[in-house]
Every structure is written in structure tokens, then in C-alpha cells.
Design a protein around this ligand. Structure first.
Ligand code: PRX
Length: 664
């Protein structure tokens, strides 16, 4: 066994008192607080100014003028002492296929090689590169190689359709793509390159497509545009170019774009920059999970989502950790897959989503009981509120009552965890994300933007222990819309190509506040509990889906007149998608089938947005001014048909009866 030389984390919080002290300092002197943390990273040049900001424009700049390359922090600086430490352990979709381990040295070499491939194919600093791949080590290598070459990566989850990819390519004006022939997911094979080919019909500006071999599914390779990853690597090997000098980036240069759904329009490209993102993901990784050298960190997310970016790749690697990357799904070949992996690699930290926990609960304890699971030290959840039953099941049956469960609340826009307990350091409270990270200043406001008394962490304290005297207001309970008062290094800087959209979405609802879109409660000890979205965004299996986006997709079908989409409680997914669809009433029978609708949504967005329930209706409840009354539809979808509130102001109240009677 290779001896691991401890990377030290001077900023790792070890006790509740240290947490309180860090929080206090972060509020009183944010610049001093973050610059001390930043001093522990490798910068080619130090910053001119720690922070410049206003939420009006918004303008957020951290460590401006500093020069760095994030991959020098994720790779190079570990080579001297920990070159042979595993950086990435990869577990195949097929449990019989041999796993792969890339040490820091090997990962460094592969990233350098592929950075040369990018350069040989014309990629230069600032170019946007779209990555559409399955969960294989080459995905991690591609992401890091982009960062090393100064290109801006835009990873698109493998479950999105050709149309979604085309939209993202056009929005980012991405001229380069990295993909696979196909991807394995459970017993399915997904033909990724084919999907890319379909997308590219609409994107003639794409210059190069680099294709990795994974499934050996037949693909068409277009001369002059498409090249094989393996051939390009061979060329680099014959050139004998091993190292790749990392491109020098400003702390505020873009690192990546990641598209996410909002309540209106098409998905927006959330932009994160090099310096602040690095500091924030590393800081939260080390503190929330209490990572210790030698631990194996297993985050089950896909790198196509922010969780994978921050807690499979950048956070762990910048901390010199060992991160486990899993190609498959939790229920294939059986529902014991996660537990097999935990035992096989002696996983210390397991980070997954409530939807996965709920689905695994459904398979009973038979698939759990034969597993040792004693290597586990910390359990984490992310993506959606976790119900108490799932929390307890996870804690008792997986953690054997011994592992702290961290309920981490955050968003694509925040880069890393904003509210969570710190494993074993600050107390957990089931269904509560609990306390803000140092540097994070949450506050709850009412619809008018007025602070709900006692809910402002920076002013009212974060104390959870009655023995610590809490300032005035700190003992109140409150509920409201969750906002953040002060910038932190990982917050989004803009939405790609449309800064005004960023301002409107996040900074215009309440003056001088970043609005998260979530509703929240605070208990008298300062713990925050996220109650769910307050806008028209659904959270389906931990994935954000805008209702307007699904409606637009449904309305693309020639047979649809209009549709309205709402969420309803779903035992496993958290929320399900309920679509009310109006068809032309020429005949009594709907002229289209539910399958027509799901197929259309799959084509336009991807299978992840397929409605769970579709009800054909002849009309929708609308106000006299033509606005759809979603409140009523939501209640009907939730099964609450008796108490629909006042319907007399509707244009045609009779439609409500019809919808109620036809409920699925
Ligand atoms: O509603 C919150 C929910 O997921 C949203 C963010 O989604 P996304 O940007 O896709 O990022 C997911 C992974 C970070 C939030 O606005 N959410 C996330 N984590 C939690 C949560 N809701 C409750 N508890 C959580 N721990």
C-alpha cells in the first residue's frame, strides 16, 4: 500500500467552537477570512484586490489580478509528495470489467497529453468546448485538459437530447466537442455520437469533434471534422510531448459554463470563474465531509451536473483526495450496487441524492445486510429536501447509526455547499440543512423583501447551543424566501452571453440580495430547513426542470393546442411532472396519445423531462386576462380536489370540474 503523505488543510474546522469563530470572522472581515484560505493555494501571482462587488449590476470579482491555473492546484502541486496516491478510482458499469486507478502522476500525464490534443486541433484560450460523454475517466481528463489549456468547458449531461445540445452549442458558440461513441448505463447503451450528429445538423460552426471509444457502437466519422481520441493521443506520443505548460489565467477568467433550468425561457449558462470556484469547492469539500488523507470519497452524481463538477472533480482533486467515479446506476445489476462498491474500495464518504436513497429503500434490507459497510465514516445528501424516513433509513441501515449525515443545500449557481452541517463537527437535524458555511450570510425575506425577524444569520447569529448566549432575535423562528446577503468566492458571475438575464433572475427580485428561488424555515437555534422551490422550477430526482421548458416542448407537437405543467409529490423522485394538455376538440377523443407527448418531450429536452402523468383536457383554468391559474392545477395534481379556493374569477369555472373529474 502506498504511503500517503498528509496534505494539510489549515482551514479545516475541527470543533463547533472553531466553526463559530470562523463564521464570526467571515462576517466581520470577509476579505481577511478568504484571503487567509486562498493563501494555501498555488498562485503564479497574488491578487491585487480580494473583493470588488455590487449586487445591482451585478459585479462580483474575487482575487482579481491573481494568476493561476486550477489544474496546477489539482494536479501539479500533489506530484512532489503524492504522485502515487490514487487520484481517480473508476468503477465500470459492468461489475465484471476491471476497474481503473489513475494516480496523481498518471492523471497529470493524461491531462497534459490531452491538452496537447486540444491544442493540435485548434483549441485556444477562451474557446468554448462542449463535453458530452459517459462517466469514464476520459471525461475527467477532458474537463481538466480544457482547464489546463484555458478553454471554457460546457459539460452537457448524457441524458439530454440533440435539440438541447444544439441549443447549448449555439448559446455558447462552442466550436469544439468531445464525446464518446456511446455510453453504458445499466443494461442500456446510449449512442452519444449519433445524438451529437443530429445536433450538428443545426450547428455548422462546429469545427472539430473528438470521439473516445467506449461501446464500439458503429458511428459515422465525418472527414475533416471528426477525429478519434486514441489516434490523436498517438500523434502526441510520437511528438514526444509529455508536459503541457498550463495556460495562465486570471482569477476572474471563465472556467466553465453549466446550463441549468430557470422559470422562464431556455436553460441559462451559469458561469463560474477560476480563482473563486477553486477556493470555494476545496474549502467546502474539506470542511463539510471532513476529508482526511487516505479517505476514499464516493460522490454518485454524474459529472454532467454541478455536484459532479465540484465534488467528484475540482473539490477533491484540489485537496489531493482520492475520488471514486462510477459509470453505472444504483439499481443494476441489482440494488446492492452502491453497497458492493463501498465494500470493494472501502469507501469512507458516500455522497448521494435523496431520490437514490428512497429508491434503494424500496428494495428492502436484504440487499444491504450482507455488506460490511464499516469503512463508511460520513454520509451525504444533496439535490432536494430529504424526508425524515429516508434520512433515518440512511443513517441507521447504511451508516449503522455511526456516521454523521450531512444534508448539503446548494445550487448550480453557488458552486459549492452553502448550508450544511459539518460532519461530526456541527450537529445534524433530520430534514434541516442546518447552518451556513463560514462566509455565507443567509436571510429569509417576505414577498416584499422585508427581512423576517430573527432569520439573518450574520446579524442574528448561527448559534445552536442554548449555552451560548445568542444575540437579540436569534431565538425566533421564521419562514420566508431564502436569499444571501453577501458574496462568496464560488457564486455565479453571469449567465453566458446575457448579463441582464443574470441580473433579472437572481438580483432583481429583492434589492441587494441574491435570491435562491427556494423557500425556507429557520428554527430558534439558527438551523435552516429548505422547503422547496417557490418559482416554477420543478425538482425531479434532484434535477431542475423548468415547467415552461416542458410546456414549450409539449406545445411543439402539432396536435397540441396548449399545455400547463405542474409538479406533484412523488414517492421516489421527490416531485413528478404532471402535464395538462389541450387537444383540438374536433372529435370527442383526443387526437393524440400520451406516448406522442412523451416522445416529443424526449426529443426536445431529453428523457429526464418526460411527464409522469398526462391528462388531456378541453380547457385550462384561466383568469379573465388569460393567465393560467397554476395554483388550482397544482392542487388538483396533488390530489387536493376539495379545497381549490375561489374559482369564481375564472373565465370559465366549469373547466375546473371537468379537470377534477378526469384526474389521473
Ligand atoms: O431547490 C434546491 C434543491 O436543488 C436546487 C438546486 O438545483 P441544482 O442547481 O440542480 O443543484 C443541485 C445540486 C447542488 C435548490 O435550489 N436542493 C439542493 N440541495 C438541497 C435542495 N433542497 C433541499 N435540501 C437540499 N440539501
Amino acid at each position: 500500500m502506498h504511503q500517503i503523505i498528509a496534505m494539510s488543510y489549515p482551514f479545516q474546522i475541527k470543533s463547533f467552537d472553531q466553526y463559530l469563530a470562523a463564521y464570526k470572522k467571515s462576517v466581520e472581515d470577509p476579505e481577511g477570512f478568504w484571503s487567509e484560505i486562498a493563501a494555501d493555494f498555488f498562485w503564479r501571482k497574488k491578487w491585487d484586490k480580494v473583493l470588488e462587488w455590487n449586487f445591482k449590476e451585478p459585479k462580483i470579482e474575487w482575487f482579481k489580478g491573481a494568476k493561476l491555473n486550477i489544474t496546477e492546484n489539482c494536479l501539479d502541486r500533489h506530484l512532489e509528495k503524492n504522485a502515487n496516491t490514487p487520484a481517480i478510482i473508476w468503477e465500470s458499469n459492468d461489475p465484471e470489467e476491471h476497474h481503473r486507478v489513475l494516480t496523481y502522476r498518471e492523471l497529470y500525464n493524461k491531462v497534459c497529453q490531452f491538452a496537447h490534443v486540444l491544442k493540435n486541433n485548434g483549441v485556444v484560450k477562451g474557446d468554448r468546448v462542449c463535453i458530452y460523454m459517459g462517466m469514464i475517466p476520459e471525461l475527467a481528463i477532458a474537463v481538466l485538459a480544457c482547464a489546463r489549456a484555458g478553454a471554457i468547458h460546457s459539460v452537457v449531461f448524457g441524458g439530454f437530447s440533440a435539440q438541447s445540445i444544439a441549443d447549448r452549442l449555439q448559446d455558447a458558440k462552442a466550436e469544439y466537442i468531445i464525446t464518446c461513441d456511446g455510453a453504458f448505463r445499466g443494461n442500456k447503451e446510449i449512442q452519444l455520437k449519433n445524438v451529437i450528429d443530429d445536433a450538428l445538423v443545426q450547428c455548422p460552426f462546429v469545427k472539430k469533434v473528438i470521439v473516445v471509444t467506449r461501446t464500439r457502437t458503429p458511428v459515422s466519422m465525418i472527414k475533416g471534422r471528426d477525429v478519434w481520441w486514441e489516434d490523436e493521443i498517438k500523434k502526441v506520443e510520437t511528438q514526444g510531448s509529455n508536459d503541457f505548460k498550463a495556460e495562465e489565467m486570471d482569477a476572474e477568467d471563465m472556467l466553465f459554463i453549466l446550463y441549468t433550468s430557470g422559470s422562464t425561457g431556455k436553460p441559462k449558462g451559469v458561469v463560474h470563474t477560476c480563482g473563486g470556484y477553486m477556493i470555494y469547492t476545496a474549502y467546502t469539500f474539506v470542511n463539510v465531509f471532513q476529508y482526511q488523507p487516505g479517505d476514499i470519497h464516493f460522490c454518485t452524481a454524474d459529472i454532467g451536473w454541478i455536484t459532479g463538477h465540484s465534488y467528484i472533480l475540482y473539490g477533491p482533486l484540489s485537496a489531493g483526495a482520492t475520488t471514486l467515479m462510477f459509470e453505472g446506476i444504483p439499481t443494476w445489476p441489482d440494488a446492492g450496487r452502491f453497497w458492493n462498491i463501498v465494500d470493494k474500495y472501502k469507501v469512507s464518504i458516500l455522497y448521494t441524492a435523496p431520490t437514490a436513497i428512497r429508491s434503494l429503500m424500496g428494495f428492502g434490507l436484504d440487499v444491504v445486510k450482507d455488506h460490511d459497510l464499516r469503512s463508511l465514516k460520513v454520509l451525504g445528501t444533496v439535490g432536494e429536501p430529504i424526508n425524515e424516513e429516508a434520512w433515518n433509513w440512511y443513517h441507521e441501515n447504511i451508516g449503522k447509526g455511526q456516521c454523521p449525515v450531512v444534508d448539503t443545500w446548494w445550487q448550480t449557481e453557488t458552486a459549492g455547499v452553502l448550508i450544511s452541517n459539518l460532519a461530526g463537527v456541527t450537529p445534524a437535524k433530520p430534514t434541516y440543512a442546518t447552518l451556513p458555511m463560514p462566509g455565507i450570510q443567509p436571510v429569509l425575506v417576505d414577498e416584499n423583501g422585508k427581512t423576517v425577524p430573527g432569520t439573518d444569520a450574520a446579524r442574528d447569529g448561527v448559534y445552536t447551543s442554548e449555552s451560548i448566549s445568542s444575540p437579540a432575535g436569534g431565538s425566533l423562528e421564521g419562514a420566508g424566501n431564502l436569499c444571501i446577503k453577501f458574496p462568496w468566492p464560488g457564486m455565479l458571475r453571469t449567465t453566458y452571453g446575457d448579463h441582464e438575464r443574470c441580473r433579472l433572475n437572481y438580483f432583481s427580485t429583492y434589492e441587494n440580495l441574491y435570491f435562491t428561488g427556494d423557500g425556507c424555515l429557520r428554527d430558534k437555534n439558527g438551523n435552516y430547513r429548505i422547503t422547496g422551490r417557490v418559482d416554477d422550477v420543478l425538482n425531479v430526482s434532484g434535477h431542475r426542470i423548468g415547467t415552461a421548458e416542458v410546456e414549450n416542448a409539449i406545445n411543439m407537437h402539432a396536435g397540441v393546442v396548449e399545455s400547463a405543467v405542474v409538479g406533484y409529490p412523488h414517492d421516489i423522485k421527490g416531485q413528478g411532472i404532471y402535464a395538462f394538455v389541450i387537444y383540438p376538440s374536433l372529435h370527442n377523443e383526443p387526437s393524440l396519445s400520451r406516448q406522442d407527448i412523451t416522445l416529443t418531450v424526449s426529443r426536445i429536452i431529453g428523457p429526464i423531462a418526460k411527464p409522469d402523468k398526462i391528462q388531456f383536457v378541453s380547457g385550462l383554468p384561466k383568469t379573465r386576462s388569460g393567465k393560467i391559474m397554476r395554483r388550482i392545477l397544482r392542487k388538483i395534481a396533488e390530489g387536493e380536489t376539495d379545497n381549490l379556493g375561489d374559482v369564481t374569477t375564472l373565465l370559465d369555472p366549469s373547466v375546473v370540474e371537468e379537470i377534477k373529474n378526469g384526474k389521473i
